[in-house]
Write a protein of this length. Structure first.
Length: 286
């Protein structure tokens, strides 16, 4: 299995970025990732000068054969965090709290121990227009900071440029919905994933499947905007899948699904609408 090293990274999703790697349709690779500050935070909790823009993400990775109008599906098999990480202070200039990570357990500075549950904070592809910084979520993915982007999940990303130009990074060893301190437990990591072409994607923006749940993302200047945007998108998708009206799709989401906050700290806020398989058993598309 090939290993794509973390020394080749980008800080924006940009069609002009030169490719760093190429992989085949259906190939499984290990992608090394930097922490959100590129390794410039020391174990003393202080960030050294010279750090790159936040969330340097390994890539771009060209998926051979992928074409605009398709999607790529990235299935996450494993996320191995480094042996330590850090948590922000929630305010500018605050030092970072250092967390040790060993044997699947995070040890906080106040001696609390919690099992890790790593997530991939940034995963996205090059948009057709203006670049998207890796601090920002978008319809093309990016800084989604979503707890469901974890082992066992397949993330579907729309392809705008030949080869898709995938990038990923900003792994959190542990994070709750909202990332309300500005960070999770930020760490280096090694992510094992399989990437394949999807000729007829279900939806034209980023979505994911985790177990028996289908989720669609939306982003906005406020959490309200993101939440209602996800409701609108899922209502339309449920109408497409089932033949229900969009009103009945919304009724179904309201009673059988969820709207979850992904993050409230990025330049655009992110929510996701979630529908379980049991709500559409005769129309489940996976």
């Amino acid at each position: 299995m090939r290993r794509l090293t973390r020394d080749r990274f980008v800080t924006e999703l940009n069609k002009a970025n030169p490719p760093a790697y190429e992989i085949d349709d259906g190939e499984t690779v290990v992608v090394e990732t930097l922490d959100c500050h590129g390794g410039f935070v020391g174990r003393d909790g202080v960030m050294r000068p010279g750090a790159p823009s936040p969330n340097p993400s390994t890539g771009p990775i060209v998926v051979r054969g992928s074409q605009p109008g398709e999607a790529i599906a990235a299935t996450i098999h494993d996320v191995k965090p480094g042996d330590w990480g850090f948590i922000g202070g929630g305010e500018k200039g605050a030092e970072f709290a250092i967390v040790d990570i060993a044997d699947g357990v995070a040890t906080y500075p106040w001696c609390l121990k919690l099992p890790v549950r790593p997530i991939v904070g940034v995963i996205g592809v090059a948009p057709p227009g203006d670049p998207v910084p890796t601090t920002t979520p978008s319809d093309w993915g990016g800084n989604l900071d979503t707890t469901d982007v974890c082992v066992g999940t397949t993330v579907y990303l729309p392809v705008a440029m030949p080869g898709a130009m995938l990038a990923l990074g900003d792994v959190h060893a542990l994070q709750g919905d909202s990332e309300c301190c500005g960070t999770g437990i930020e760490c280096e990591a090694a992510v094992t994933l399989t990437v394949r072409r999807v000729r007829e994607p279900l939806w034209p923006t980023a979505y994911l499947v985790r177990g028996d749940e289908l989720m669609i993302f939306a982003h906005g200047d406020t959490v309200d905007d993101a939440a209602w945007g996800s409701v609108e998108a899922m209502s339309k998708l449920l109408s497409k899948l089932t033949g229900l009206s969009e009103v009945d799709g919304r009724r179904l989401l309201a009673t059988a699904g969820d709207v979850r906050i992904s993050q409230i700290v990025n330049p655009q806020k992110t929510c996701r609408a979630v529908i379980p398989k049991q709500a559409i058993p005769d129309h489940w598309p996976f």
